[in-house]
Ligand binder design. Structure first.
Ligand SMILES: C[S@@+](CC[C@H](N)C(=O)[O-])C[C@H]1O[C@@H](n2cnc3c(N)ncnc32)[C@H](O)[C@@H]1O
Length: 374
């Protein structure tokens, strides 16, 4: 057994190609007859009809998903260790972050990723620079189609966006999930730096009313599309303003133009389709069609913001002073409905790992309004 050919996806017993209905060949792990160890030779002399040569082509296609193996063939020896075998996926785009020494091989690396992964249609190398204002990554195409509009799925929602124009980071999905879990379905959420909607859309899907804002017109455009595609247009209001202006005005906006009351979880597409068919059948049989569910008009309309989300870690802290005085709008005092203050989820960076030291470090950056959470 020890001397048998043992390669993934290659059988060790095959038909003899020169006489397919005749003898079977047992493949050995040697490239030359002379390499057959003595012990095996003795066995073959006794048991085998003959020892013949058999050629196997392990070509490029054989190495299906084994990127590392393929890279080792193409890269010079000194670059093999630590070769960039990992990549992240956003929709159909695979993205890598190549160190300078691998840049001369970027197109080979890109082509290998493309060839070995069916879902990948485009491969980009993320450049070190990031758009300072809107935080999206600059990137260069290294293989595949120059198509950057992706459809990405997160939290049972469908997101479409141009990866070269807006911010998206798939690794934030646990943070998106963590916050959305904290929101109650009947609450109002104001997302100051909403991007294309990874907090706003899933929050609305669970019933929350949402103000989703982003200063990047492309983010606001795709946010509006994602709201529509996920069928939450009645629950999300999209705006494209500077975060500071948004914070200053959103409390009075929701007060003056409240969201409808929470009416329970949204039916799924399947449930809607089932209901449509039921009504169709009733009509076909000549029965009267019942009026649509009247739950919409019951319960108080939603006028009070419960959560602010501020995911712009680089500078969100510097927007906090905009909260001062937002409950007093000209001569109106809106604090009556804000007995319980909104929670402000403000993201920021710190190098400190110890929570106490981290808090101290963060507090040094700014003086906060009292309701701020980190
Ligand atoms: C780090 S991204 C977060 C996006 C989204 N919340 C997410 O989790 O993927 C920050 C967003 O803030 C937007 N932004 C940057 N400056 C802004 C400002 N002054 N006012 C409003 N939005 C801003 C950017 O366009 C970007 O979409």
């Amino acid at each position: 057994m020890y001397y048998l050919m043992d390669l993934p996806k290659i059988r060790s017993v095959v038909s003899d190609p020169s006489q397919p209905d005749g003898d079977r060949l047992v493949l050995l792990r040697v490239s030359d007859k002379a390499d057959i160890p003595q012990e095996a030779q003795q066995f073959l002399e006794k048991e085998a009809k003959a020892v013949v040569d058999y050629k196997i082509d392990l070509d490029y296609d054989y190495w299906t998903a084994v990127l590392e193996d393929c890279l080792h063939v193409f890269l010079p020896e000194e670059l093999r260790e630590g070769a960039p075998v990992g990549f992240a996926m956003t929709g159909h785009i695979a993205h890598v972050n190549l160190n300078a020494e691998y840049l001369p091989y970027k197109h080979i690396i890109g082509q290998l990723i493309l060839d070995k992964n069916k879902r990948v249609k485009t491969v980009v190398n993320k450049l070190d620079s990031i758009d300072t204002k809107f935080r999206f990554f600059k990137m260069e195409l290294i293989a595949g189609e120059p198509n950057y509009v992706v459809e990405h799925h997160e939290a049972d929602c469908r997101f479409t966006f141009d990866f070269t124009e807006v911010y998206w980071n798939s690794r934030l999905h646990t943070e998106h999930e963590r916050l959305v879990q904290m929101f109650k379905p009947e609450e109002v959420v104001a997302d100051v730096f909403a991007g294309v909607g990874p907090f706003a859309v899933p929050a609305a899907k669970k019933g929350c009313a949402v103000l989703g804002n982003d200063l990047n017109p492309n983010s606001a455009k795709y946010l509006a599309k994602n709201v529509k595609d996920n069928r939450v247009t009645d629950l999300v209001r999209v705006s494209c303003e500077d975060g500071r202006d948004f914070i200053r005005t959103c409390v009075s906006r929701v007060y003056d133009d409240p969201f409808p009351a929470y009416t329970g979880p949204k039916p799924s597409r399947m449930q809607e389709e089932k209901e449509r068919k039921r009504l169709q059948k009733l009509a076909a049989e000549g029965h009267p069609i019942p009026p649509p569910n009247a739950a919409e008009s019951t319960g108080p309309r939603r006028q009070r913001i419960s959560h602010f989300v501020m995911n712009l870690p680089d500078s969100a802290l510097t927007f906090l002073d905009a909260f001062r005085g937002i409950l007093v709008d000209n001569e109106r005092d809106l604090s009556g409905i804000y007995k319980e203050m909104p929670m402000v989820h403000c993201h920021c960076f710190t190098r400190e790992l110890d929570p106490a030291k981290a808090e101290q470090d963060i507090r040094q950056v700014r003086i906060f309004v009292p309701q701020t959470a980190y």
